[in-house]
Design a protein around this ligand. Structure first.
Ligand code: PMM
Length: 280
């Protein structure tokens, strides 16, 4: 290979490493892409183990759908769905994250051995969440959020989506730290598809390095979301969005993200293998 080609290659920012893959197991009858698939305990555990074999580093277990328009789920019902699955996965030595907006569920998951709290409200939905994050010392993934799924589509009003999401995430960080969450435990997520139009999602995805300059690891959750469907024929299913998701995973890797949250772990593993092989 000529030295000219080598020198023309863009420099890889220092510290850029392969993103972690968070595999999704939703135990919900109504999640938009896998709702109802893993309601049975054994199926959910097998699914989590399969996703680990396919290349995930952590399994995200959720019991409350956050698709636009979804109603909240009673906490008791959420816990009945997620806790047995978390126990089963932890028993098999699998690192687990709990996708919940409820402090009580996060605490129960922590007691079972979950290693990360994934709160799509970033601690806004439950005032006890920051304390649970602080006291358990778990990693806390704070997503950009502008209110419950039932009404969030009406909240996609931004002066400048990148600046506003950035500022609102910085506010979250400040409040989490004031409540005792250790900065080195915080991971941020711009909340693709949450109170965002398709165009706003693309603006955020095309400016990931600007989100990284907040100073915290960034995770992206674009998997199978509706805005990807707009690139496909009308007859396409949500699973048909997997190649687009995997492409975003590779591009997000190039932008230096810490992690990607996906349903199709095998597809993203392949995409990240290609990205890694292409690194200088
Ligand atoms: N998206 C969903 C659920 N949980 N968590 C994080 N951190 N980021 C996301 O983008 C996110 C999430 C909704 O998707 P699903 O219903 O397929 O799980």
């Amino acid at each position: 290979m000529s030295s000219e080609i080598v020198s023309l290659r863009p420099h890889r920012p220092i510290g850029l490493s392969r993103p972690r893959i968070m595999g999704i197991v939703n135990i919900t009858p109504d999640s938009f892409s896998d709702g109802g698939d893993f309601l049975n305990l054994d199926d959910a555990i097998i699914r989590g183990a399969d996703l680990m074999r396919a290349g995930a580093q952590i399994i995200d277990v959720g019991g409350e759908s956050t698709r636009p328009g979804a109603d909240r789920v009673p906490i008791r019902q959420e816990q009945l769905r997620v806790l047995p699955v978390i126990r089963g996965l932890v028993d098999r030595g699998i690192p687990v994250s709990v996708d919940t907006m409820n402090a009580a569920t996060a605490l129960a998951a922590a007691e079972l051995g979950a290693v990360l709290i994934n709160d799509v409200s970033g601690g806004l939905a439950d005032e006890g969440m920051a304390r649970v994050a602080a006291e358990t010392g778990l990693h806390f993934l704070a997503m950009h959020w502008r209110g419950p799924s039932k009404t969030m589509s009406a909240n996609a009003e931004y002066g400048n989506v990148l600046k506003d999401v950035r500022n609102e995430l910085k506010l979250r960080v400040a409040e989490l730290i004031v409540n005792g969450v250790r900065p080195d435990r915080i991971i941020l997520d711009p909340g693709i598809g949450f109170a965002k139009t398709a165009s706003q999602n693309w603006q955020l995805l095309s400016n990931l390095p600007a989100l990284g300059t907040i100073g915290y690891p960034i995770l992206i959750g674009a998997s199978r979301k509706r805005f990807l469907g707009e690139l496909l024929p009308e007859t396409a299913t949500t699973k048909d969005r997997d190649p687009a998701t995997a492409t975003i995973s590779a591009l997000a890797a190039q932008a230096g993200v810490w992690g990607v949250r996906v349903h199709d772990v095998a597809g993203t593993t392949a995409a990240l293998d290609v990205w890694e092989a292409m690194q200088p």
